[in-house]
Design a protein. Structure first.
Length: 79
């Protein structure tokens, strides 16, 4: 699946350190929940992926560790 969607050959998804999440309902609230939940936890990144016109994510990418094992606590948006 990673190859089919054009994912990186070194993707954290391939080793179980990343997941793309989608929920029925308000994705903006879900993204805010994930950010709040992770405030005091180690993680690599939370990404608002391909936001819609209203700013809500199409999905939320969450990763525990980067490929070099770091937990950078990055929160960003990728369009």
């Amino acid at each position: 699946l990673n190859k089919k969607v054009g994912g990186s050959a070194t993707s954290a998804h391939l080793i179980g350190y990343a997941v793309d999440m989608w929920v029925k309902g308000d994705m903006r609230k879900f993204l805010n929940f994930v950010k709040q939940y992770c405030e005091d936890k180690d993680f690599d990144e939370i990404i608002n992926e391909k936001p819609k016109r209203d700013g809500s994510p199409s999905w939320v990418h969450f990763a525990l560790k980067s490929k070099d094992g770091k937990q950078r606590r990055k929160i960003l948006t990728i369009t």
